[in-house]
Design a protein around this ligand. Sequence first.
Ligand SMILES: Cc1cc2nc3c(=O)[nH]c(=O)nc-3n(C[C@H](O)[C@H](O)[C@H](O)COP(=O)(O)OP(=O)(O)OC[C@H]3O[C@@H](n4cnc5c(N)ncnc54)[C@H](O)[C@@H]3O)c2cc1C
Length: 418
Amino acid sequence: MKKNKLLIVIGGGPAGLMAAGTAAKKKIPTLLLEKMEQPGRKLRITGKGRCNLTNYTELRTFVSHFGKNGSFLYQTFSRFFIEDLLAFLHTLGIETVVERGGRVFPAGNDANEVTDNLIAWAQAQGVEVRTHSIVKEILISEGKVQGIQLEDGSEIQADAVIVAAGGASYTGTGSSGDGFRIAEKAGHSIVPIRPTLVPLKTSGDAAPRMQGLSLKNVRVTVFIDGEKTTSEFGEMLFTHFGLSGPVILTLSGQVVDALRIGRKVILSIDLKPALDEQKLDARLLRELDAHGKQHFSSLLKTLLPKKMIPICAEQVAISEEKLCSQITAKERSILLHWLKDFRFSINGNLPLEAAIITAGGVALQEVDPRTLQSKLNHGLFFAGEVLDLNADTGGFNLQAAFSTGWLAGSSAAKMLEK
Ligand SMILES: Cc1cc2nc3c(=O)[nH]c(=O)nc-3n(C[C@H](O)[C@H](O)[C@H](O)COP(=O)(O)OP(=O)(O)OC[C@H]3O[C@@H](n4cnc5c(N)ncnc54)[C@H](O)[C@@H]3O)c2cc1C
C-alpha cells in the first residue's frame, strides 16, 4: 500500500535537517533517513568545533565565493539568505556574533549547540528521524519518484525524495559519496568529484623542517606553469607534509585542478607584504647598520620566526655566522627577494578524505534553480554539498547547505500539498 504524500530526506546534515524540518512545518509527513548513529556529525566539527555559520557579505560578493557555478544560487538566496538563517537560529535560541572577515559564529562558540538544537527543531516540526538507515537507491518509475531502497533491501514508498547526503570527505562523519552514486543511478550526471579546501604537499624538506610554524599576514601567490594566477592574504601553516592553513586551503582548489592535468605549480610566499621592495630595502639597510658587528642570524631574528632562520640562511646562501658588516649589496638584494618570494614547489595534495569540501557533484544544468527539483525525475530534489557547488572558507558552504535545504524542503512541500 502506497503511503500518501510522504517525503523522504536522505541525510541528516545541515541541508537535510533544514529540508526535513521546513517540509514538516508545512504538515508534510517527513521521514529523515540517516546512515550514522546520529545526524549532524560533520556539523559538530565545523569551524574547529565553533561552527562558522555564514558570512556577513552582500549577495553578489557572497555568490562570487562559489566561482563560476555561484550564479545557480541566486534563486536560492533570494528566498533564504543570511538574515533568514540568523532569524531562524534566533528562534532556536542561538545568538550569533560576527568576527573578522564577516565570519558569523554562534555566540556560545559551540557547534554541538547548533546541531542539537537543529535536530530538536526538526523533530518538533514532526520529522521522524531514523538512524542507522543507509539508502542505496531511489525507486523511480516513468520519470516519477516512487520511494527508496535501503541497503538491507527493504523499500519505503514515498512521493518525493530529497537527496542531502553530502560530499565524500571526512567519511567518519557519514559523508562518503553515497549521494553521488544515488543521483547517478537516478540518471543524473555527476561532475567529477575532487578535493578542495585541502592541504598541499611540497617537494624538499623546507616545510617539514618548519612543521607547526604558523604565519599571519602573509601573501601567498600561485604560479601555474610559471604564470601568476591568484594570490591570497592571511594565515598559513607549515606541516610535516607541506602547507596548510586558511590561505592555502582557499588556494587549493585551483592547485588541485592544475596538478590533475600535469601542470607545474609553485606557491610563493611574500613574508613582508606590507613593505614594497624600496621600503624593505631601507629596513634591511637600517638593520644591517644596527647589527654591524653581530652575526647574520641575529639580523634574521628581527625579521623571521626562529624555525625559519636556518632555511633562509641556506636558501640565500649566506652563513648564519657571517658578520652583518660584511654582507654585500648583492647578498642584501638576494635576501630582499627571498623575503618577498619564498617559493615552494607543490607535488600533490592530501586525499579527498582530508578535504573540507568535495568539489564536483550533481550537475547543476539538470536541476531547476528555482525549486532544486530534478529536471529528469518528478519528485526528486537535491540540497547541500551533493550539488556541484563549493566555496572557500568563511561560512559560505554552511549557508549554502542551510539555504538549499530550506528551498528543497519548501519546494517538495509545495509539490506534495497539491
Ligand atoms: C572539518 C570540517 C570543518 C568545516 N567547517 C566549516 C565551517 O566552519 N563553515 C562552513 O561553512 N563549512 C564548513 N565545513 C563544510 C560543511 O561542513 C559542509 O559543507 C556541510 O556539512 C554540508 O552539509 P550537507 O548537509 O550537504 O552534508 P553533510 O553535513 O555531509 O551531511 C550529510 C549526511 O548524509 C548522511 N548520509 C550519507 N550517505 C547516506 C546514505 N546513503 N543514507 C543515509 N544517510 C546518508 C551522512 O551520514 C551525513 O549525516 C567544514 C567541513 C569539514 C570537513
